[in-house]
Each structure stands twice: as C-alpha cells, then as structure tokens.
Design a protein around this ligand. Structure first.
Ligand SMILES: CC(C)CCOP(=O)(O)OP(=O)(O)O
Ligand SMILES: [Mg+2]
Length: 239
C-alpha cells in the first residue's frame, strides 16, 4: 500500500559532532556539548510536532566513559540540567520518558532525577522519548539472552518458546511496548551504528547527514523526512 509509512513512527538518533562544532567556532568542548544538549529537546519537539510518536536519542555510549573526566562530568551535568528544565514541557505534552542503559555509574543526583521523571511520566501514552545513556546494543542482547536462559532454567518457558517476540520483550527497549525504529539518523558524517540498537535496527532506514549535531534543526529534520519518504515510496513499488 502506498503512503503506508509516510511518517516514521519511531525515529532513533545518534547525535554526533558536538566537539567538531565547537572547534569550528573556536569554542570549548563543553560549549559544544551544551549546544548539543539544547538541541536534544528541540529536535524531540520537532519530531513529535510532525507526527512521530517515539524518539530514541543515543546520548551517551558505554565507550564515552573513556573520555577525559571533566568532559564526562560536563555531559552528566548537562543531562541533569536539561532533564530538569524540560520537565514542564514533558508533563504538559504528556511525553513518557524511558532512560535505557546501565545506571550503576551515573551520578546519584542524575539517577534520582531520572527515576523522578520516569515515575512522573510512566502513565502517559502515545508519545515516548527514550534516552539511551551508557547503553550498549551488545550488552542489551546479552542481558536479554541471560534473562531467557534463566527462565528456561527455572522452568518458566521451554527453549521452543524462545522466538523473536520473546526476545523483544526482554530487550531494554521493550520492543513490545515501542515499535522498532523506522528511521535512524546519525549526524556528522560518521556511518557507523557504534553499538547502538543492533537488534532493533534490523530493518531501519539509515540516514547519515554530514551536518554536525548542534546544527541539526527543523530544516535538517525535514530533509531527513523527505529522504525517508522517498525510500518508503521505492519500498512501496517493490511490495
Ligand atoms: C557524547 C556524544 C553524544 C557527543 C557527540 O559528539 P562528539 O563529542 O562525539 O563530537 P565529535 O564527534 O565532533 O568529536
Ligand atoms: Mg563523535
């Protein structure tokens, strides 16, 4: 059917290019991340306004811990600042927030805020913002496998019960609740998945604009949507 997927239901974003953006302007790394953090919620608002109902943002990967300590501290402080400052918007627009990834290394204050925001928005339906912090696609698949193995060991399920649906229920993205991404955008010209959604992006259209993340505004998002719709039309012909 034509126009079936004219708007992506779930858009995943790997934001990249903050430091290069700062360098080009003779600014410090922290100013690049500040500009990038501001863009997170602005981009989410654009996506929701245009009819996408689930957005996943890869805000911090497990590998990012290897960065200089002051840069990691700056990023954690920015997550806290913007999560707190955007709370009124998230509540008024009834956006359900889910933070996925390993929480054991997050600062106490950020952890507390994440739990508060998830609790405050958990009953909202229809709009989902998934923020991946210290997330790793391989870790996600491994933890899901272990969970299924334990269920078999405890006699809760049989090996034959392990299928894609059972697996997707165990993943941190709880695919049963959120559909897998239709469109994945990675800015700055890098063309790698970098251990983001490995299982979930099996059939996702991958879009790699050269624009640096802090410059990825509404116009750039519209370009991504136009590109996506051309892909869907071609898909439409093949079906
Ligand atoms: C922490 C991460 C999401 C920030 C993305 O930008 P970046 O720091 O990788 O910037 P560069 O790719 O320009 O170095
Ligand atoms: Mg980078």
């Amino acid at each position: 059917k034509r126009g079936r997927n004219i708007m992506p239901k779930h858009v995943a974003v790997i934001l990249d290019g903050n430091r290069r953006w700062a360098e080009k302007r003779g600014l410090g790394t922290s100013e690049g991340h500040e500009a990038g953090a501001r863009r997170l919620m602005e981009n989410a608002k654009d996506c929701f306004a245009m009819g996408t109902n689930t957005i996943s943002l890869f805000a911090f990967s497990t590998e990012n811990w290897e960065r200089p300590e002051d840069e990691v501290k700056c990023l954690m402080a920015l997550f806290e600042k913007y999560l707190a400052s955007d709370m009124p918007y998230l509540r008024s627009d009834k956006i359900k927030i889910s933070v996925i990834g390993n929480r054991t290394k997050l600062p106490e204050s950020l952890l507390g805020l994440i739990e508060e925001v998830e609790e405050a928005t958990k009953s909202y339906e229809g709009k989902n913002l998934i923020i991946a912090i210290d997330y790793s696609g391989r870790y996600d698949i491994l933890q899901a496998c272990k969970s299924l193995a334990n269920k078999v060991k405890d006699g809760l399920i049989q090996v034959e019960d392990i299928n894609e649906k059972a697996m997707e229920k165990e993943l941190l993205t709880k695919c049963s609740e959120f559909p897998n991404p239709d469109l994945l955008i990675r800015t700055s010209g890098e063309q790698r998945i970098s251990n983001f959604f490995l299982w979930q992006s099996a059939y996702t259209e991958l879009y790699f604009p050269t624009v640096l993340w802090p410059d990825f505004g509404e116009a750039e998002y519209l370009e991504a949507l136009t590109w996506y719709q051309q892909r869907q039309r071609r898909f439409g012909r093949r079906v």
